[in-house]
Design a protein around this ligand. Structure first.
Ligand SMILES: [Zn+2]
Length: 325
């Protein structure tokens, strides 16, 4: 008799089955290595508590143990304990195949909350969507193809099922699938706005709700023009002679090419408004605002250069008059 199981469970000898169970639950929870730590002392203590309960919760083994224990105390108190004697049962030996019972540590309600993992909300996913200026102004519906990674439903992320590699996820523990869905982008959305798509993020676990998808809107500025509300701003190059003499320039607009009349004596940077040639929204049309840029042709012919020389010689007006102090 090396162990006093009543002492281990800290209960008097004539405790009821219910009291034994209650004491065991209390101590098993307190000394569970998940709670108390993994040191050898704690593991030994936890094992001892379970061993005690295994004996004391079994009527037959408890009866044998009680008999042996009483005999042992008797022998000890009568100081006749000089010879070795055998107990009717060696509890240490019988409990060598010790196996603790969770159902005894936790009541059914507690068991639910400890064995069944708590619900975990899925992670949010962040992504980007590029739309055109026209889509931003008028609103649009975009088809989003989203790669979603989820915990493998077959192995629950453990990668193995019954000791062999999970066939569903091929041992990755997670599965990736493309999910297609449409997202409505409201009219008048601003660049860098975020749209939340509820529950299109990663899957929740254990009944937790799915994460959300956050889409950042990027409005793609066209290369050849800028926009200002419904207006389109565009630069148009004209030659020095067009600036002086005027002329007609072909300008591409959203509704096809138009011929823009350049008046004689047009200055660099001068703005010309083309009414109704801007962006449409709800049957309202913006304007196109053309800024004139006088550009020198890159490859002038000898003839052109000689004409410029002649022009220089005959030019009478001093355009730098105002530069003088
Ligand atoms: Zn799997």
């Amino acid at each position: 008799m090396t162990k006093d199981y009543y002492k281990i469970l800290d209960i008097p000898e004539f405790s009821s089955a219910e009291e034994i169970k209650s004491a065991y639950r209390h101590l098993a929870r307190k000394w569970h290595p998940d709670v108390a730590g993994n040191s050898p002392d704690i593991i030994a203590r936890f094992k001892e508590i379970n061993e005690a309960y295994e004996i004391l919760s079994d009527n037959t083994r408890k009866a044998n143990y009680d008999k042996a224990r009483r005999f042992y105390s008797y022998a000890k108190t009568s100081k006749e304990n000089k010879t070795n004697y055998k107990t009717t049962e060696n509890p240490n030996k019988t409990s060598s195949g010790f196996h603790f019972r969770w159902e005894d540590i936790f009541s059914s309600k507690q068991k639910e909350s400890s064995n069944v993992k708590p619900p975990k909300r899925g992670d949010d996913i962040y992504s980007d969507v590029e739309i055109s200026v026209f889509e931003a102004i008028n609103g649009t519906t975009k088809i989003i193809n989203m790669l979603q990674t989820n915990i493998c439903p077959k192995c629950s992320g453990r990668k193995f099922v019954n000791g062999s590699q999970c066939s569903h996820c091929k041992g990755k523990g997670e599965t990736s699938t493309y999910k297609r869905f449409s997202v409505k982008i409201p009219a008048g959305i601003k660049d860098k706005s975020k749209i939340r798509v509820a529950e299109e993020g990663e899957k929740g676990l254990n009944g937790g709700r799915d994460g959300d998808l956050y889409l950042t809107i990027h409005i793609k500025e066209p290369k050849n023009y800028k926009t200002d509300g419904l207006n389109i701003l565009k630069n148009i190059a004209i030659t020095p002679s067009e600036a002086v003499l005027g002329g007609n320039v072909t300008v591409p607009t959203l509704r096809g090419n138009i011929s823009l009349k350049i008046s004689p004596n047009t200055k660099n940077g001068q703005k010309i408004r083309l009414s109704g040639c801007g962006i449409e929204q709800n049957n309202k049309f913006g304007d196109m605002i053309v800024t004139v840029e006088i550009q020198i042709p890159k490859n002038l012919t000898d003839e052109e250069i000689s004409l410029y020389k002649r022009l220089q010689e005959i030019s009478g007006e001093n355009i730098r008059e105002r530069l003088e102090w």
